[in-house]
Design a protein around this ligand. Sequence first.
Ligand code: PLP
Length: 398
Amino acid sequence: MSGSALYETFARAPLAFEKGEGAWLVTERGERYLDFAAGIAVNSLGHGHPHLVAALTEQAAKLWHVSNLYEIPGQRRLGERLVDATFADKVFFTNSGAEALECAIKTARRYHYVNGQPERYRIITFEGAFHGRTLATIAAGGQQKYLEGYGPKVEGFDQVPFDDLRAAEKAITAETAAILLEPVQGEGGIRDFPMQSLKRLRQLCDERGLLLIFDEVQCGIGRTGKLFAHEWAGVEPDLMAIAKGIGGGFPMGACLATDEAAKGMTAGVHGTTFGGNPLAMAVGNAVLDVVLEPGFLDEVNRKALLFKQGLAAVADEYPQVIEGIRGTGLMLGLKCTMPNGKVNMALRDQHLLAVPAGDNVIRLLPPLTVTDAEIQDALARIRAAAKGLAEAASAAAE
Ligand SMILES: Cc1ncc(COP(=O)(O)O)c(C=O)c1O
């Protein structure tokens, strides 16, 4: 028996934080860490943002939960605001990203079902994808390491290589319902789908009567410098899953849909007890108050450029450690030359928190409210970590 009452499913760092202040986390012993992990792109406005704290505490004093048996005014308001800001006409609120994806998958299947084509239930996905940890979303993600040991893989997902449009087209059959992808893969290693590919996939879906589903759980809510990453390509999906940043740290997600795509989602066909609860809606609305403020996203883009240029300079200086920089906005990746776990440790030793990803990448996902001074501070820590690793590597080679 291990010493903990918890499932051993997480390889946790030996750090426990007591409080957060903006882009900083403070341990029980008072040590300060610069948080460029942001709870894996969740703390979009940093820790303890006064507007979010006020919204949550105000709502907490009034009403926590009633269930979807009743009207929830905050839900209606957030739904309308998301519709006004996007391609969507309809919204279903969930508690997590995986549930938002489940809703998107079910919505796509129901669409074809009510169109009289129940045989169209299969969904094409791309290698490197990550869509969550439910049985359906591990099947959608298609990664063997997450599927192993969980019995038969949920039927209905066909995976093709990343950005291989020819393979995607070939994979379409009379049973295909939709194509699902993250415009920027997060867990897969900060990999952008080229804009031309998104455009072509939209075209392909239109030609073949398929729904296009975007998973913006990680790349949405201002992370790439647009409210949603797909806006860079000028392409709109039929369905979109969001979560993480919209709650700023309060667990919530949503599935957004056009009227047409959502036409099969009629009374009683889907549900949730907690999804869209008043606490989550208060926070979601407060996050949008800030992110939709004029000029907020311009600032994200300005700071992103500053950060990316600084990172490129570090990569130039230490090619033995960092091979290159990728990503858009404040969703950046260090493609590592040495194992990314080692680089992540060295960053942590410098009290900078980041997140390892696939393809030997380290994700840098600071709060969107990060300051210029904090970016410079992070760059100094990344440079110091890279210098230490480079010197250790040359000493070992001698
Ligand atoms: C792109 C993407 N989709 C879905 C999920 C699943 O979200 P959750 O962990 O909230 O279920 C994640 C989580 O990392 C994600 O990055």
